[in-house]
Write a protein that binds this ligand. Structure first.
Ligand SMILES: Cc1ncc(COP(=O)(O)O)c(C=O)c1O
Length: 461
């Protein structure tokens, strides 16, 4: 800590207090409040004395006193430090120790972050840092860097059949911000009723409710979202057509047609969450809904599954009638997404690393999926497995009446992380299941992990 950094500390002796006493109290209060944290170096006594206009002896006395009380550590010929035990009070309020890390992690939302080609990403970072125009280091465009919007428009058209003009693309910080942004746009248009698939991603339920929308759960069957009963008054519906989260089914052709007809008739907006469609194994990728009806659909994509969630990079493809409002909403939320990261992704795409990584990761995940299915079929042959065609998770159906929450809890006690289907449901269902992710498990560990999970399930059904 330099003296000028300590200039916010004011020495104001109280009535009857000596200068040394006032300095000691001031420093102690700063330490206890957490402003001066463990390990922070205090200014040399001579410099602090000059700053406060007191003699050096006042500061050395105060330091010694605080050291005797355990607040500071003084060392010969080295700076005085705030002691580790200094924040005794704060420590008392600390949270419980973190839960034991699972032995086997079947969490469905996480990809294998160790597959991320970090050296290629770093190459793109370096390229961007060397060549970035100075103007790009200032305040950027809310809609996102043009270079990335162009690279994505090409990529999405080529791989997903998205009809994407760079003018309709908007860069966001993951699907999370994309959904939040569209909700805000709808809110300013007076919308209040928002349909979701039931089951679906719990974080989206919270997001939708947090902005005051009424949540309308729509059931899901083997063909995806069930439309009958979808309220004509719903303002929008959020769907995962390529791989329903978490049930894993694909929205059938007939249901797609019904959904688009609903949108055209009721003027309801379809929000297409295309989060893991690049990982499709047993058949050709299904084209996006946006590609069929660009006026009715907001398409949302993310790198959270294909690369890593930590990048917080996602995109919206927005109908022309909504793009200006979406751009304004993004500006209100956070001005714009970090420009250097956007340019890095553009360069990463341009160099072909994205496509190569997806091809490689798809093979890895496919092998893990096959191993998981084979092991489940061996150890739990009577249970049906669903939603295996894409992504990094599948659904293991449990017999009617079996409490999937109790099984997940028993697994947790055995240090196995797995999600019960019921945790994603808005309406309780007769049949439960386990949503089993294979993104984070190495292929060599899958058999052992699955056997351990199967043993837990056996004891409960
Ligand atoms: C249904 C669904 N959509 C999107 C995402 C990705 O969200 P984000 O892009 O905010 O990381 C996930 C991640 O688990 C998901 O399960």
């Amino acid at each position: 800590m330099e003296v000028d950094e300590a200039s916010w500390l004011h020495l104001e002796p109280r009535t009857g207090e000596t200068l040394r006493g006032a300095l000691e109290r001031t420093l102690r209060e700063a330490i206890l409040s957490g402003a001066l944290r463990e390990g922070v170096k205090l200014p040399p006594s001579r410099a602090l004395a000059r700053e406060f206009g007191v003699s050096r002896g006042v500061v050395t006395d105060a330091y010694e006193q605080l050291e005797a009380q355990g607040f500071l550590v003084t060392r010969p010929r080295a700076a005085t430090l705030v002691a580790p035990i200094a924040r005794r009070d704060a420590d008392r309020h600390q949270q419980e120790p973190p839960a034991a890390t699972p032995r086997y992690d079947f969490t469905p939302t996480t990809p294998d972050v160790s597959l991320f080609p970090l050296s290629h990403w770093l190459g793109a970072v370096q390229h961007v840092a060397r060549h970035v125009p100075r103007a790009t280091l200032g305040y950027g465009e809310p809609q996102g860097e043009r270079a990335l919007r162009e690279a994505l428009a090409d990529h999405l058209g080529r791989t997903r059949g998205v009809i994407a003009d760079p003018e309709q693309l908007l860069i966001v910080q993951g699907t999370a911000q994309g959904v939040d942004l569209i909700l805000r746009v709808l809110l300013t248009r007076g919308a209040s009723r928002f349909a979701v698939e039931d089951p679906s991603h719990t974080a989206q339920h919270h997001r939708i409710r947090a902005l005051g929308f009424e949540l309308l759960p729509q059931p899901v069957d083997d063909h995806g979202l069930v439309l009958s009963g979808l309220d004509a008054d719903a303002d929008a519906v959020l769907v995962t057509p390529a791989h329903q989260f978490p049930a894993g089914c694909v929205l059938s052709g007939e249901r797609r047609r019904e959904l688009l007809a609903w949108s055209r008739k009721s003027d309801g907006l379809i929000i297409e969450d295309d989060y893991d469609s690049e990982f499709r194994y047993d058949r050709e990728p299904v084209r996006t809904l946006q590609g069929l009806a660009p006026e009715n659909v907001v398409h949302i994509g993310t790198v959270s599954k294909t690369l890593v969630p930590a990048l917080r990079l996602g995109w919206l493809v927005v109908p022309p009638s909504l793009i200006e409002e979406a751009r304004r909403a993004k500006g209100l939320i956070d001005d714009f997404s970090p420009a250097l990261d956007q340019l890095t992704l553009a360069e990463f795409l341009r160099r072909g690393h994205y496509d190569r990584h997806v091809r490689r990761a798809r093979k890895v995940y496919r092998a893990r999926r096959d191993r998981l299915i084979a092991t489940l079929e061996t150890w739990l042959p009577e249970l049906s497995i669903e939603g295996v065609a894409a992504g990094v998770h599948l659904l293991l159906r449990l017999p009617d009446g079996v409490d999937d929450g109790a099984i997940a809890e028993a697994a947790r006690r055995a240090r196995i992380a797995v999600s019960p289907l019921s945790s994603f449901l808005l309406t309780p269902a007769a049949s439960g299941g386990l949503v089993i992710g294979y993104g984070s498990l190495q292929e060599s560990a899958i058999e052992e992990a699955t056997r351990a999970l199967a043993q837990v399930i056996r004891t409960q059904i």
